[in-house]
Design a binder for this molecule. Structure first.
Ligand SMILES: [Zn+2]
Ligand SMILES: [Zn+2]
Length: 277
């Protein structure tokens, strides 16, 4: 036992260094691990993992927790062998001292926790060392877990509610923005339509103006043509006296175009030839 004890102390010191970083493991994490062994205090253990798991599940042994260096509200029970704090431990049957599961597993190499063994109690040196897992402590601990779980659920619910409200607010703002954009677009389209109509109207007016101008020009030309024809007819009906024709021609030549002038000149020449013949 003596050699075992000193060995344990050395191992305990070594492991203390590594566990210090891990001391802030939460209840929730411990719960997630389903109270399964983490073996943080001693690097080796003689028991098989399956056997330990079984004993913990059958509530013959306390769950194994990541140990705390200092007592907290939850990790309030000190194991007097390893001096770590736990939320719950086993209890020696002989002298009713707390003992953590990892320490128990080091002292007793095999067997059933609540059955007498050949080992001695490390405190009262009583033979047939055995431990019992304290139900009332377990219940207390489970209640705390439940409470902390409830607290978590409540917080989660509140967070969900808050994010839902946020989401709703966001949706509201989004639909507002979309409506505004649609309105602007509609207005722009309406304005565009109005502009288009205005341009069409202007184009039509311009087209009408040009048409009117053509009509006027055509009428003018027709009038001019008519006037010229009348003059030609007047000349044709006149006596074929070359002198009179020439006078007539000269008096009209200024307002006639070239074709008409030539036509008239031919008449004059014809009339002169006829007279000479
Ligand atoms: Zn211990
Ligand atoms: Zn004892």
């Amino acid at each position: 036992m003596g050699t075992n004890n000193s060995k344990r102390k050395n191992k305990s010191k070594k492991s203390k260094k590594t566990t210090k970083k891990k001391t802030k493991i939460s209840f929730k994490k411990a719960r997630k691990k389903n109270f399964l062994p983490t073996y943080e205090i001693y690097p080796t253990i003689k028991w098989s993992q399956i056997r330990i798991k079984n004993l913990i599940q059958k509530k013959k042994l306390a769950p194994i927790f990541p140990p705390e260096d200092d007592p907290t509200e939850t990790f309030s029970i000190e194991c007097p062998i390893c001096n770590y704090f736990f939320p719950i431990t086993n209890m020696t049957n002989c002298c009713k001292k707390p003992i953590c599961t990892e320490c128990y597993l080091q002292i007793v190499p095999f067997g059933t926790p609540n059955q007498p063994t050949t080992e001695q109690c490390p405190w009262c040196r009583h033979y047939n060392f055995s431990v019992i897992y304290n139900e009332s402590l377990r219940n207390k601990f489970e209640n705390e877990i439940l409470l902390s779980q409830e607290d978590c659920d409540q917080k989660l619910e509140l967070e969900k509610e808050a994010s839902k409200n946020e989401r709703e607010e966001f949706e509201k703002q989004r639909s507002k923005t979309i409506l505004k954009l649609l309105e602007i677009k509609k207005k722009e389209e309406e304005e565009g339509e109005y502009e288009r109509l205005k341009i069409d109207q202007e184009k039509n007016e311009e087209r009408e103006r040009i048409k009117q101008l053509f009509r006027e020009q055509k009428n003018n030309q027709e009038q001019i043509d008519k006037d010229n024809l009348e003059r030609i007819q007047q000349l044709e009906n006149m006596p074929r006296d070359p002198n009179t024709l020439l006078t007539q021609f000269l008096s009209n030549a200024g307002v006639m175009d070239l074709g008409r002038r030539e036509q008239l000149l031919n008449f004059v020449l014809q009339a002169t030839n006829q007279q000479q013949n």
